[in-house]
Design a protein around this ligand. Structure first.
Ligand code: 2AM
Ligand code: CA
Length: 253
């Protein structure tokens, strides 16, 4: 864990290179890639290959068709929260998960702008900069802060999503929008909020965050309550565990 944490922290100088952050290409609707994304991916790919030659490598800005998901797979998002990065919003993260035969067994999520590093290994608890973290014990939505996702690359679903957001807003204390699913999950893990949902996320947006939130005592499923996929996109519902059913009911109303 220590050497992986050191490795992820080494991405800081790449992430904070503002010239590269503003070198942007468009992949699709509200979907961007910058020189920072590709540089961090290349740095991590090469270092992980040297350190762990037998573990496969899945990452957002590459073709992942040849991956055998019955084995061990690194799942990297070189920058989660690329839109935030482009806007200097300082809410982006390098997200590295390890999934073994469909089970997330390790996660590291690092925000280079705040120097907050979340980490967890299955069965060993979750940590923020080395100190143990845990979800809150809020017992219902009315005393919960809920982080929402807007799925900006699916504007055709705006009515459906904003109907859910409105219902959650009315039932909860208030809502927030972070813009990095990996950090959103970690904010639940360390007790800054109680719930999170976003439709149609990709495995690299949540693989590491799932490992961290579960070790912090939280719960992550898809909207139906099932295990998310680590091969194809999933709708993600996350909570402190206690308000999970209440959120699930409102999302599926
Ligand atoms: P990204 O910054 O790595 O692209 C914001 O709504 C969240 O959705 C972020 O975690 C963002 O990750 C993710 N996201 C952005 N575009 C996406 C797309 N086309 N498909 C799935 N997830 C996406
Ligand atoms: Ca990304």
């Amino acid at each position: 864990m220590d050497e992986l944490i050191q490795l992820v922290k080494e991405t800081k100088s790449i992430a904070l290179d503002s010239k590269s952050a503003h070198n942007v290409s468009v992949k699709g609707l509200a979907d961007f890639v910058t020189k920072v994304d590709t540089a961090i991916q290349e740095f991590m790919r090469s270092r992980l290959k040297d350190m762990y030659p037998d573990i496969q490598f899945m990452s957002e800005e590459k073709d992942n068709n040849d991956i055998d998901h019955t084995g061990k797979v690194w799942i990297l998002d070189p920058i989660d929260g690329t839109t935030n990065l482009i806007h200097d919003f300082k809410m982006s993260a390098v997200s590295l998960g390890l999934v073994d035969n469909g089970v997330p067994v390790m996660g590291i999520v690092y925000n280079p702008f705040t120097d907050e590093l979340f980490s967890a290994r299955r069965g060993e608890g979750a940590y923020l900069n080395g100190a143990p973290i845990h979800v809150t014990s809020a017992s219902n939505l009315s005393e919960s802060l809920v982080i929402v996702g807007t799925s900006p690359y699916r504007k055709d679903l705006a009515d459906v999503n904003f109907d859910i957001i409105k219902r959650l807003y009315i039932a909860s204390e208030d809502i927030r929008r972070g813009g990095s699913a990996a950090l959103d999950l970690c904010y639940l893990a360390c007790g800054r909020a109680e719930g999170f949902f976003e439709r149609n996320l990709k495995p690299w947006d949540y693989a590491a965050g799932v490992a961290i939130l579960r070790e912090a005592g939280g719960c992550v499923t898809d909207f139906a309550g099932n295990e998310p996929s680590y091969r194809v996109p999933s709708d993600i519902l996350a909570s402190n565990g206690i308000i999970h059913e209440e959120m699930k009911k409102i999302i599926n109303e």
